[in-house]
Design a protein around this ligand. Structure first.
Ligand SMILES: *Cc1c(COP(=O)(O)O)cnc(C)c1O
Length: 458
């Protein structure tokens, strides 16, 4: 039996192999070292065949690792899942006009904190704040890193060592470990739970208001719905109660809509404008959910409170950069000044696209796949159901169209794995033992990419 351990060549010998020429020396040495260590362990654990050329094995493995670091880890994928706001796939896509603006402002210098008129130091938030005020009708506004940061800032500013009253039906957990009770604890607030899981009344809130009460907190149940024998006080009722007792009323609305979604045949949800109209003191929401922008958290509300938020040193730690500000400003301008924002903002146009138009794209993809795919695959155009996702409209299905792929020779898991190996990766959905490519989240320009890639990878 060969002693494989002894046959491992020195790093300085292996590094000279011509196949490593195109990579930086330092990186090759590091990678050779880690691969050699891994292989040495495999030999010791006897998970390695004995009749191999050990240098070849190490070289091959090292090349695979080097290729992995060469390409960006964060890269384009094709979302064929039909879930429009897919948090795993980066939530909302951003329209090209916004990105063009981004290249211009962030690719060079900008007046981020410079007042062009006076030539003096300016405020990075002022123009965004004005746009947010114009859209929502709120007295004041600020932007932070994400909605979780917004909630944290609100609690830290107003409720430290005080009590926050929340309905038991709204003690939410959002994916990615956002748990309201934990955030309250982190902010040194005392959570006062009222009501029951399914029914809470305004009297439950009223009975718990004491001198220590800082906030009445309403959270949008973004990713679940309590149906049947259920009740929660309306925001209006909370506002009246808050005003009567001099307690601040806050709503975390999660997604934050600027347009009426009933025109997309979706159930009624109040817009941020309507929420502000109730007289609520502070409202927070995400920038990359149904708003359609990049990640950020927006807080709008009464001036006296928003000013306090701005003065909290934590605000400086949670502030956003120029990339985010540029992106958000372009989106807000689209909402305010474009004649047809719905057709410009990808998330909204995806939700709105009629099934008849999805059918046309499905035909194009289907005909293309019929020509390029191996005959072992069966293809079908089928009715499908998309979801909004991303913690918005839980349980609501939108009629859609999909191509399904099946094969008697290959499992759905294996087909979907091979689709993921495409470049860009195609992320599909498996239901009823079939692989689904849902056209609602596949862009027109992705169709040719899918055809090109599946030709060789499926
Ligand atoms: C999504 C969501 C959050 C978290 O927002 P991020 O922007 O992801 O931090 C908080 N609260 C509610 C109600 C949400 O829906």
């Amino acid at each position: 039996m060969k002693n494989l351990l002894r046959e491992i060549p020195g790093i300085d010998k292996m590094v000279k192999n011509a196949c490593f020429k195109k990579y930086p020396d330092k990186l090759v040495i590091q990678t050779l070292r880690s691969t050699t260590n891994k292989i040495r362990e495999n030999i010791i654990n006897q998970t390695m065949k004995n009749d191999v050329d050990i240098e070849k094995v190490i070289t091959k493995e090292t090349l695979v690792e080097l290729e992995k670091v060469k390409s960006n880890n964060l890269r384009k994928v094709i979302n064929a899942t039909g879930v429009i706001l897919n948090t795993n796939l980066g939530r909302s896509p951003v329209q090209v006009s916004v990105l063009k603006n981004l290249i211009e402002t962030a690719g060079g210098y900008s007046n981020l904190e410079f007042d062009i008129e006076t030539g003096e130091r300016g405020d990075r938030h002022s123009s965004i704040e004005k746009l947010l005020k114009d859209i929502t009708g709120a007295e004041d506004a600020i932007v932070v890193n994400n909605n979780a940061a917004a909630v944290l800032l609100i609690l830290d500013t107003f409720a430290k060592h005080k009590e926050v009253i929340v309905s038991r039906g709204e003690l939410i957990e959002i994916g990615g470990s956002f748990r309201l009770p934990d955030i309250l604890k982190k902010s040194d607030c005392k959570l006062v739970e009222v009501g029951t899981t399914n029914r809470t009344y305004i009297e439950d809130f009223e009975n718990k208001i004491t001198k220590k009460t800082a906030l009445l907190f309403k959270a949008h149940t973004s990713n679940y719905k309590i149906l049947g024998f259920a009740h929660n006080p309306s925001l209006k009722e909370l506002v009246t109660l808050g005003n009567k007792n001099n307690v601040i009323v806050v709503e975390d609305v999660g997604s934050g809509l600027f347009v009426d979604f009933t025109k997309f045949d979706l159930p009624y949800e109040p817009t941020v404008q309507e929420i502000i109209n109730t007289g609520v003191d502070i409202v927070s929401f995400s920038g990359d959910k149904l708003l359609g922008g990049s990640q950020c958290g927006v807080i709008v509300g009464k001036k006296i409170y928003v000013e306090k938020l701005k003065k909290n040193p934590l605000f400086r730690a949670l502030r956003v950069g120029k990339l985010t500000l540029s992106c958000l400003e372009s989106i807000l301008r689209t909402y305010l000044y474009d004649e047809d924002p719905v057709s410009k903002i990808p998330i909204l146009s995806m939700i709105k696209e009629p099934v008849s138009s999805l059918k046309l794209r499905a035909k194009k993809l289907y005909n293309g796949l019929l020509k390029t795919l191996d005959k072992k695959y069966q293809l079908k155009i089928e009715n499908s159901e998309s979801e909004i996702g991303g913690g918005a409209y839980p349980g609501v299905k939108i009629p859609s169209i999909a191509i399904t792929i099946t094969s008697t020779k290959e499992s759905p898991n294996s087909i979907s794995k091979n689709l993921r190996k495409c470049e860009p990766s195609i992320i599909s959905r498996i239901t009823d033992n079939k692989v689904w490519l849902d056209l609602r989240t596949i862009f027109e320009e992705d169709i040719n990419l899918i055809l090109r890639e599946t030709k060789t990878k499926l």
